[in-house]
Design a protein around this ligand. Structure first.
Ligand code: PXL
Length: 278
């Protein structure tokens, strides 16, 4: 069985980060070890959230794991609690990267044109150092703009998305994937770029024009899970987009007032079927 180490926070309630990564990756049939970067009462879009920064735990956990000789097929990072953690995470990559380890970075720090409340304006520069070490980076459009000093706007043309992808790879990432890409209000999908082959990949589908928090974490977890289950990046991206669309469809159809997240738990039968497991 493949093993991922995922480095991101535990938001105790709010369907994001590790409370999404663990169930999704486990359901796909891949082991998910965790390095929690912080414990928060909820994600930071709620008012009054608590946060215990766990920066002082990253190195001791890495020390123990290194001593035990654990091997990881992928290292997957998401929300990092503070700029102080950036160096520890880069060091973690250096210690656990082997020739067959995939470094997958979701620079979770912003959405809808704005940084998340816990971060200052210097944070994107720090996160760019983590992206520089990645085999694959998966930012949304806001994060990509912040990482590449590009002014944010709600709509980008296809040529502009391609330019953003090239700029992301110029940071040092081997491949870049942009999430939340659509050229009309009812389109949603991804575009990816492989600089070695100078090839773009696009998968955009029609969907209900509803926006839910936490879908980026769901998307990243599903993509790395499907890749560790043996799919190519392109196939994994298609599975992840289809899964998110199904999660949104189920959540909208439930008709209940929703103030956070999508009901991804109810889309697992779809995901397992989509992966050919049932
Ligand atoms: O979904 C990304 C995310 C992860 N973790 C925390 C967050 C957010 C987004 O707001 O606040 C703590």
């Amino acid at each position: 069985m493949k093993r991922i180490a995922s480095i991101q926070d535990i938001s105790c309630l709010g369907r994001c980060s590790l409370t999404v990564a663990l169930p999704v990756i486990s359901a796909i049939g891949v082991e998910c070890a965790i390095v929690p970067t912080a414990v928060l009462s909820t994600h930071t879009m709620f008012q009054g959230f608590t946060c215990k920064d766990l920066s002082d735990q990253i190195r001791p956990i890495a020390d123990h794991w290194e001593k035990e000789g654990f091997h990881f097929d992928a290292l997957y990072t998401g929300y990092l609690a503070s700029a102080e953690q950036i160096e520890d995470v880069c060091d973690f990559f250096d210690r656990f990267r082997s020739p067959d380890t995939l470094i997958f970075v979701d620079p979770a720090m912003a959405d809808n044109g704005r940084l998340y409340p816990a971060f200052g304006p210097e944070f994107p520069r720090e996160m760019a150092k983590v992206c520089a070490k990645a085999d694959i980076v998966v930012p949304n459009l806001t994060e990509a703009c912040l990482l590449t000093d590009t002014p944010y706007k709600p709509q980008f043309t296809e040529d502009e998305v391609k330019e953003l992808l090239r700029k992301l790879c110029a940071l040092g990432a081997k491949k870049a994937v942009l999430t939340g890409v659509g050229f009309t209000p009812t389109e949603l999908g991804v575009m990816a770029y492989d600089p070695e082959k100078d090839e773009y990949f696009t998968y955009i589908v029609d969907h209900l024009p509803q926006h839910y928090h936490g879908t980026g974490d769901l998307f990243a977890s599903c993509t790395i899970g499907a890749m560790m289950d043996g799919r190519s990046l392109e196939d994994a991206l298609k599975v992840a987009v289809d899964f998110i669309i199904e999660c949104i469809r189920i959540t909208v159809a439930s008709g209940k007032e929703k103030y956070y997240g999508v009901e991804f738990e109810r889309a697992f039968p779809f995901l397992l079927k989509r992966l050919g497991k049932v």
